[in-house]
Design a protein around this ligand. Structure first.
Ligand code: MN
Length: 287
């Protein structure tokens, strides 16, 4: 049965996160404003292709905390650097992913990589916030750097599916996750048509990273997000030119969500505790 297209969301007006990330928020602040609709994915910020001039200052976001979820950064163009208070540091480039589990709490900073900053250029990236269920919100922080070549690959007739997290058929993605979810990049050849299987009942959406695709007779243009109904298990995708889609599909957590700035918890009491712990230096130290 077909998973019906619910709606196509054009990129909301961009805003700056720090001075390095010019993002369209597809959820939950604009676009899809129901905080549960894409659970366990809580936030999708998309930095559409944007040309940053050369700079000797590394643009980005300075030290800030997170608790209760994971931040997943996918670089499409340009390079992103990361440092956190758990001692992790990494640089990702085109096609690579940083999967940072903040869980009980970290401080981190995220910015353009030094050489990329100096040279300038087109920057394109996604940041996802993946919510954690109550039982894992206070687990230890973790950092997974996932290079493009480590991803699972499923070859379609008409495209290549890169499996970042979850699985497709019997091919697994490298990311360790806490709840059932799939994150894929689908690279489609020109003039192709393929059918993807996606789980019944999962919250599912696709972001057109490059090119346009046609789904159920509707065009999903570059930088647009397609939201699907949860019933059904198959989506047919057609292309005329080359295209890349980021595909998200996850089992809803079905828990209360209380979001406050960089904290994502189940109750206001837990938010107050997070603020108190942060103020008392319990998230560690990061220069
Ligand atoms: Mn952050």
């Amino acid at each position: 049965m077909i998973k019906k297209l619910e709606r196509i969301i054009p990129p909301p007006p961009p805003h700056m996160v720090g001075d390095g990330f010019r993002v369209h928020n597809f959820f939950p602040s604009s676009g899809i404003q129901n905080k549960q609709r894409m659970s366990p994915f809580f936030m999708l910020d998309y930095a559409s292709p944007y040309n940053f001039p050369p700079s000797n200052i590394q643009r980005g976001v300075d030290v800030h905390p997170h608790r209760g979820f994971e931040t997943v950064t996918i670089a499409y163009q340009g390079k992103v650097a990361h440092h956190d208070s758990a001692g992790n540091h990494g640089v990702i480039g085109e096609g690579d992913v940083q999967w940072m589990t903040a869980a009980s709490g970290v401080l981190h900073k995220e910015y353009h990589e030094k050489n990329f900053s100096q040279q300038g250029g087109i920057f394109q990236m996604v940041q996802l916030w993946v919510n954690l269920p109550a039982q894992y919100k206070m687990s230890p922080p973790r950092y997974q750097e996932i290079k493009k070549e480590k991803m699972g690959q499923f070859q379609f007739d008409g495209g290549l599916l890169e499996i970042i997290a979850g699985a497709y058929k019997d091919i697994k993605g490298p990311a360790h996750t806490f709840t059932p979810l799939h994150v894929y990049n689908l690279h489609l050849d020109a003039a192709s048509e393929l059918i993807m299987d996606l789980p019944e009942g999962y919250n599912t959406g696709m972001l057109a990273i490059k090119g346009a695709v046609t789904i159920q007779e509707q065009v999903v243009a570059a930088d647009h997000f397609a939201l699907f109904q949860n019933t059904g298990t198959q989506v047919a995708i057609k292309t005329t030119s080359n295209a890349t889609l980021l595909i998200l599909s996850g089992k809803p957590l079905e828990e209360p969500i209380v979001a406050y700035g960089p904290f994502l918890m189940n109750s206001w009491e837990e938010i107050e505790q997070a603020v108190e712990d942060f103020n008392n230096g319990k998230f560690g130290v990061l220069d």
